[in-house]
Design a protein around this ligand. Structure first.
Ligand code: HSE
Length: 429
């Protein structure tokens, strides 16, 4: 049945929730005009009454109980901005059980339970919209679901974590250590009080899962993504990288190979001429390669209240249109297919290595043997600096299978003149 007015219920009135309300106040009538549906904020729930009161909303639309949103028969679309797995997951299930479309910014939940929740929504001829779960305000989910549908995506490479990108930018531009850059990021509000999910790469891995499901149409579990964080990268590595024409970024990479999907998150040396190299500070970008479109890149603010609110309200607008025109299933994903996965040990990569060694005869001969034995070919060798009377050696390999590289690396580290604690970073191929 056609509907002229669509009522929104909001769960969670924190930073993003506040942004959604502010943007609705600012642009709500324009959005309603554009979609020919009257959008009305019907109810807002948050456990924290003082947070609700600070929003200065009419008393009759605020509540400290989620159930007042979930079971209100007048609410058509529920926006979930609570975050985390529970109670967000149960609330989304309850919203669907009550016949409501759902809009969420919850990447942890969509990564871990997205397939289950989307399937539940589909069975009920409802939709879950999650544009805000990856890349804040950058349109990514909709382009992957709709605009690029005619293409076969072979690879996506993303800078999808603003905290780590800010840290690497400050390390490169101002010679800060990782700890100093992280503390700046916290001061400026780009890093959370507990940034472990960002630093350890988990945040990027969740986002990679969400994007890769859509890009490759495949079902993905968290265990199928290789994850390596940024804590081993030093300011010396970043300085050497620049010297040889690269910058360092935390990348989320999804590739469709003949043998299956390869999904990984790790720091990587990116050539300075690559479009991703110019993505600085807290900005995010996703570079997609398709067999017909070629390369396409999406760039913008990957977090923050107002950028994320634009994605949330765009989803609300799409849900409202689907209610108005009675076409809820039109943009739902079909179920994701089982896929084969290629473990990282079977991939080919180039590697950057930096380590200290005693400066005496035979060291390079031993290195050459260790690499030569495993058929690892070197592309670049630098030795020009001394650190506490030891030589600092930097090597870059040609493309090599990970397994073979690691065997050679192990042999290198067992050479008595080589000091422990090397740096090892892959290159973007
Ligand atoms: N903590 C994330 C980042 C933003 O630094 O990009 C939320 O996904």
């Amino acid at each position: 049945m056609d509907k002229e007015t669509v009522k929104i219920g909001l769960l969670g009135s924190g930073t993003i929730g506040g942004g959604v309300i502010a943007l609705l106040n600012r642009n709500g009538s324009e959005i309603s005009e554009k979609i020919d549906v009257n959008l009305v904020l019907g109810k807002v729930a948050d456990r924290d009454l003082s947070r609700l009161q600070a929003l200065r909303l009419p008393e009759e639309i605020i509540s400290t109980k989620a159930v007042d949103v979930l079971e209100d028969p007048e609410i058509d679309v529920v926006i979930e901005l609570i975050g985390g797995i529970e109670p967000a997951r149960s609330m989304i299930i309850s919203a669907l059980d009550n016949g409501k479309h759902v809009v969420t910014a919850n990447k942890d939940l969509m990564a871990a339970y997205g397939e289950e929740l989307l399937s539940l929504a589909r069975d009920k001829n409802l939709n879950i919209y999650y544009e805000a779960s990856v890349g804040g305000g950058i349109p990514l989910i909709r382009p992957l679901k709709q605009s690029l549908i005619a293409d076969r995506i072979c690879r996506l490479v993303g800078i999808v974590n603003g905290t780590t990108n800010y840290i690497f930018t400050r390390m490169a531009q101002d010679n800060l250590s990782l700890e100093e850059a992280l503390s700046e990021a916290k001061k400026l509000g780009f890093a959370e009080a507990d940034p472990s999910s960002d630093i350890e790469g988990r945040d990027a891995a969740y986002k990679l899962m969400i994007l890769s499901r859509l890009a490759f149409g495949s079902s993905i579990d968290p265990g199928q993504v290789y994850v390596e964080g940024i804590s081993a990268v030093t300011d010396q590595d970043i300085a050497y990288a620049r010297e040889i024409g690269f910058t360092v970024k935390l990348l989320a990479i999804g590739e469709k190979m003949p043998e299956g999907l390869a999904l990984r998150v790790h720091p990587a040396l990116v050539p300075l001429e690559h479009p991703l190299a110019s993505v600085l500070n807290e900005f995010n970008a996703i570079y997609i390669e398709g067999d017909a479109i070629g390369e396409v890149m999406f760039y913008g603010r990957g977090a923050g209240a107002m950028p994320t609110a634009t994605a949330v309200l765009a989803d609300v607008a799409e849900a409202a249109r689907s209610i108005r025109y009675n076409c809820a299933g039109a943009v739902s994903e079909k179920s994701f297919q089982k896929a084969s996965f290629v473990p990282i040990k079977d991939l080919n990569n180039r590697f950057y290595l930096r380590f200290l060694a005693d400066d005496r005869p035979g060291v390079f001969a031993a290195l050459a043997n260790a690499f030569g034995d495993e058929q690892v070919s070197l592309d670049m060798v630098i030795q020009k600096r001394r650190v506490d009377s030891t030589a600092e050696i930097v090597l870059v390999t040609h493309d090599v299978r990970e397994e073979a590289f690691h065997r050679a690396f192990k042999k290198v580290m067992s050479i008595p003149s080589i000091k422990p604690n090397p740096s090892m970073i892959r290159l973007l191929g």
